[in-house]
Design a binder for this molecule. Structure first.
Ligand code: PKZ
Length: 192
């Protein structure tokens, strides 16, 4: 049997919902104003609005427009993967882990027409040290609609230095001038 690199390792545990996690039903703040997935200041972005669930889970809706096409009238698979990456990555808000995607596996089960609403759901499957395992689906038309896309992912927790070391100076300087451009996840502060 094939072992996938996003399979939960035996040492994984199921974490508690963090006391500082957003309240169930609350919309998550965008983690960065210019993020392609969630940033309100990103004109080319997906503008996902992500809502916290009761447990270690999130939901969102993705309105598929003509800007998201691959084939005529159909969503581009890479954009659907991006939407899944975003909602899965935002699970760090619930566990208060600042994570980046190490691996993302995506199954495309049905074509997604332009004009559809894709109802996204994501959940934490387990945590092992710095590694957070997550999975999710995109349902066509309604939260219980047919599954069009499934994803599993491994995120790795990183510190602030990941962003300050690798990010382009122009954007980092803009954040230093206006720290409200990012929402902190976890306990790091922006004072490099
Ligand atoms: C100025 C401030 C702004 C702040 C703003 C806030 C932002 C807060 C984010 C919000 C959410 C964003 C939502 C979108 C999420 C993205 O899209 S993030 C962007 C895409 N991802 C990236 O750019 C990550 C690029 N990769 C890397 O930087 C590094 O490879 C990583 C992932 C940090 C890991 O490197 P590392 O820290 O050196 O750790 P490493 O020892 O290599 O790996 C740790 C463990 O993970 C395992 N692992 C690593 N990669 C893999 C893999 N591909 N497959 C299987 N296992 C793996 C390793 O085997 C290891 O396992 P153990 O030995 O511990 O058992």
């Amino acid at each position: 049997m094939t072992a996938f690199r996003t399979d939960l390792p035996p040492e994984a545990t199921y974490p508690e919902r963090h006391p500082d996690a957003p309240e169930p039903g609350a919309e998550l703040p965008p983690h960065y104003v210019s993020c392609f997935g969630c940033g309100p200041g990103q004109p080319h972005g997906l503008h996902l609005r992500i809502v916290a669930g009761e447990g270690l889970d999130l939901s969102a809706t993705f309105e598929v427009t003509a800007d998201h096409q691959g084939a005529p009238g159909l969503a581009h698979g890479g954009l659907l993967a991006s939407a899944m990456d975003e909602i899965l990555g935002q699970l760090g808000h619930i566990t208060r882990m600042s994570c980046v995607t190490a691996r993302l596996e995506t199954d495309f089960r049905r074509p997604v027409p332009v004009g559809s609403t894709l109802c996204l759901a994501a959940r934490v499957d387990g945590v092992a040290g710095r590694k957070l395992y997550a999975s999710g689906e995109g349902h066509l038309g309604a939260p219980d609609g047919p599954v069009a896309v499934r994803a599993r992912a491994l995120f790795v927790q990183v510190g602030l230095e990941h962003f300050t070391t690798h990010g382009r100076p122009d954007e980092l300087d803009a954040i230093r001038r206006d720290p409200s451009m990012i929402t902190h996840i976890g306990d790091y502060t922006l004072n490099p």
